[in-house]
Design a protein around this ligand. Structure first.
Ligand code: FES
Length: 206
C-alpha cells in the first residue's frame, strides 16, 4: 500500500468501536448532520412563540393591541358604553403568550346597551360587552371605524358597515357575511373568552 492509498492521517480518529475506523471527515459529517438536526428542533429566534398563532380559546383574556396600553389586560370597566371598539389580542393567562402571531387573531371589543342586543348577540355578551373578530369578511382589513351616532362598525377599506347589536350583520358594503362573534363572560371581575369564535375568520367566497 502506498501513502496515496491511505486516507490522510489527520482524517483518522480514534477507533470508537471494533471494526469501525471512522475518519475525521465521517465524524464531521455526522456531527454536522446532528447539528443541523438539533438546530432544526430548536425554535428559531424569529419564530412566533408556541400558541401565539392559535385562535382564541375559552379561558383566554384580552389585551390592548395598540396605543399606550398595548399589552395590558382589558378590564370590563375600561370598556365604555357606546364608545369606539377597542382593538385587542387574546392572551393565554397561564403562559402569558399573546396570540398575535397571526393578524387574523385580532379581536374588537365594545360595550352596548344590553337591551339593544338581539337574542343571539346577547347570549354571547357579558353585561353588554360584545367581542368580534376584527378581520373584515370582505378583504380582511381590520375593522377599526366606529359610527358613534348609528352605533355601527365601519371598515375603512371598502366601507362595509356591520351592526354589532345584531350579530355584526352587514348593513352595507361588499362584505358577504357578518363578523364571527367571540363569546365572552366575566370571571372574578376579569373579561374572559367563554368559547371559540363562532364562525370562520377572514374572507369567504361562500
Ligand atoms: S376589506 Fe372591509 S370592506 Fe373591503
Amino acid at each position: 500500500m502506498t501513502p496515496s492509498d491511505r486516507e490522510d492521517p489527520r482524517d483518522v480518529i480514534e477507533e470508537p468501536a471494533e471494526g469501525c475506523p471512522c475518519s475525521r471527515r465521517a465524524f464531521l459529517q455526522v456531527a454536522i448532520g446532528a447539528g443541523v438536526a438539533l438546530s432544526a428542533s430548536r425554535p428559531r429566534a424569529d419564530e412566533p412563540p408556541p400558541g401565539s398563532t392559535a385562535l382564541p380559546k375559552a379561558g383566554d383574556r384580552l389585551v390592548y393591541a395598540e396605543g399606550s396600553r398595548a399589552g395590558q389586560e382589558i378590564k370590563p370597566e375600561d370598556i365604555l358604553l357606546g364608545e369606539q371598539q377597542i382593538m385587542a389580542w387574546p392572551i393565554d393567562p397561564a403562559s402569558s403568550v399573546v396570540r398575535n402571531g397571526s393578524r387574523l387573531n385580532e379581536i374588537l371589543v365594545l360595550k352596548l346597551d344590553p337591551g339593544s342586543l338581539d337574542d343571539n348577540t346577547r347570549q354571547y355578551a357579558a353585561e353588554g360587552i360584545v367581542a368580534y373578530s376584527a378581520i373584515c369578511k370582505h378583504a380582511q382589513c381590520p375593522v377599526t371605524g366606529w359610527d358613534k351616532q348609528k352605533q355601527l362598525l365601519h371598515c375603512f377599506c371598502h366601507a362595509t358597515e356591520y351592526d354589532p347589536r345584531k350579530s355584526a350583520a352587514v348593513l352595507s358594503g361588499p362584505a358577504p357575511r357578518p363578523l364571527p362573534i367571540l363569546p365572552v363572560k366575566i370571571v372574578d371581575g376579569a373579561l374572559t373568552v367563554a368559547a371559540p369564535l363562532r364562525g370562520k375568520v377572514g374572507n369567504q367566497s361562500v
